[in-house]
Design a protein around this ligand. Structure first.
Ligand code: BES
Ligand code: ZN
Ligand code: ZN
Length: 479
């Protein structure tokens, strides 16, 4: 999307709309008072309601106006993002090409929220629709008045690039698993390498075997699709810190021989959401000139039942040398992460963060929107929680309760891949991972909620791209 700034909104521009934020009394929140003159009669006759998020559209042959009611109280950045997301959705069928938004006098967080409301709210996944050419054209240009905001166009461009990263993560999550599988996901990394985003190295089955990643291989062995271990390395000159990001990319999770019920299966095309988050972050770094080295590790497999699939009770020796009894083949995410977390040591990281659609229990604990986070370094966890909430990309900490370690006991191996109780499944999964992440500062994000059940104001159903915006912001907080 083209991003420009303006001083004066043209009144006669075709296929253009101005978006004006007002409170429920009709007062303009950013920009000159008289901007809402044509709204006044509707406020006076009560047609313009009182509640947050109600839009009021005034058509015109030239530039149209969409008033967004921000409610009675002072509008927050979170509300600006949601309201803008709502607005761009509303404008979609109207074939608007340019959107003018007056941000005068708003604080940086609110301007960022507005930019993200536009870039994230206008997202659509149409790749497989045969009539996509007939679909309403999405916005081509966002034009902002940034006077008295302290925000530069460069910053706006960076936020927009990060949003493109979120939208890439969404595309990957929504792509059907007959087309997105380990090999094609790896190709995407190679494509991004060609575009200059980072260096990419792909480990195929023989190299994965050489690395002794037997936990990872045990998941893919039931599938016709070969595994890939994707390494993306963004390493700018004079890099400040080294972050390693690890993302679970199970391109389809049938459960394996511990087969899932059929009703739970279709959404499991999104079980590569952790990998998608890592891709989304990695794709943005060069564009925003991130000053840190960031390595993205994406173990990618398909989890299928077959004559060659892992049997519940099989034992594998992971790359770290820890033996794992696989008592449930549906707890596969932690197996591929175990080997990837061990591989992360190679980069001598300052921090490691992993992302995974790891447990249904996380949805039970925190509901359909909030992601779980655990870790061995409180500062890192705190930063993720604080930044995540400020960006409406929420994470909430769960404890890595030592007493629960005993629940992962195996009769024959060092550890079992499932706990011997149904309860606390997100925490026991976190405790399992912790065994492989002992040597560095680490946080684990259970982003099961990124497979959104229902769309919201700026996230599509099935893939939100959780964690992309938060993590990039956290890099600077941790340096
Ligand atoms: N990919 C699933 C977790 C999941 C479920 C994510 C629903 C998003 C929505 C994971 O591989 C899984 O199946 N986990 C099991 C673990 C259990 C067998 C210990 C689960 O959550 O039931
Ligand atoms: Zn599973
Ligand atoms: Zn899974």
């Amino acid at each position: 999307m083209k991003i420009t700034t303006y001083k004066q909104i043209p009144t006669k521009k075709k296929a253009a709309c101005r978006l004006v934020f007002v409170n429920s009394k009709g007062d303009v929140l950013a920009g000159p008072k008289k901007m809402a003159d044509d709204l006044t009669p509707f406020v006076e006759n009560g047609e313009f309601g009182k509640s947050f998020g109600t839009p009021f559209y005034i058509p015109s042959t030239g530039t149209r106006t969409l008033y967004m009611n921000m409610g009675e109280k002072k509008a927050t950045a979170i509300q600006f993002r949601r309201a803008t997301g709502k607005a761009v959705k509303l404008l979609k069928p109207k074939n608007i090409k340019t959107l003018y938004i007056d941000c005068q006098g708003l604080d940086e967080a609110s301007v960022r929220a507005i930019v993200e409301g536009v870039t994230l709210g206008s997202y659509d996944y149409l790749d497989y629709k045969s009539d996509k050419d007939k679909a309403p054209k999405s916005l081509e240009e966002m034009s902002l008045n940034l006077k008295n905001t302290g925000v530069t166009i460069k910053k706006v461009q960076a936020w927009s690039s990060i949003s493109d990263g979120v939208n890439l993560a969404r595309d990957l999550m929504l792509q059907p698993p007959n087309d997105l599988y380990p090999e094609t996901l790896a190709k995407k990394a190679k494509q991004l390498e060609k575009e200059g985003c980072f260096k990419a190295q792909i480990l195929k089955q023989p190299e994965i075997e050489k690395e002794n990643m037997n936990a990872l291989l045990s998941v893919s062995q039931g599938s016709e699709k070969a595994p890939r271990f994707i390494i993306m390395d963004y390493n700018p000159k004079g890099a400040k810190k080294t972050f390693v990001l690890v993302g679970k990319a199970v391109t389809f999770d049938s459960g394996g021989l511990s087969l899932k019920p059929s009703s739970a299966m279709p959404e499991m095309k999104g079980d590569m959401g952790g990998g998608a988050t890592v891709f989304g972050i990695m794709a943005s770094l060069e564009k925003i000139q991130c000053p840190h080295r960031v390595v993205g590790l994406v173990p990618s497999v398909e989890n299928m039942p077959s004559g060659t699939a892992t049997r519940p009770s099989d034992v594998v020796i992971s790359r770290a040398g820890i033996s794992i009894e696989i008592n449930n083949t549906d707890a596969e995410g932690r197996l591929i992460l175990a080997d990837a977390l061990d591989y992360a040591k190679n980069f001598k990281p300052d921090y490691v963060i992993d992302y995974a659609t790891l447990t249904g229990a996380c949805l039970v604990a925190l509901g359909p929107k909030i992601c779980g986070i655990m870790g061995n370094h409180q500062k890192l966890v705190d930063a993720m929680v604080k930044v995540g909430y400020s960006l409406d990309d929420p994470f909430w900490q769960l404890p890595l309760e030592e007493d629960y370690e005993a629940l992962l006991k195996s009769d024959v191996a060092d550890v079992s891949n499932i706990a011997n109780t149904r309860w606390g499944g997100t925490i026991t999964a976190g405790l399992f991972l912790q065994r492989f992440a002992k040597d560095y500062k680490w946080a684990h994000c259970d982003i099961a909620a990124s497979i959104l059940e229902k769309p919201d104001d700026f996230n599509p159903k099935g893939g939100s791209g959780a964690g992309v915006r938060t993590t990039i912001e956290v890099f600077d907080k941790m340096s």
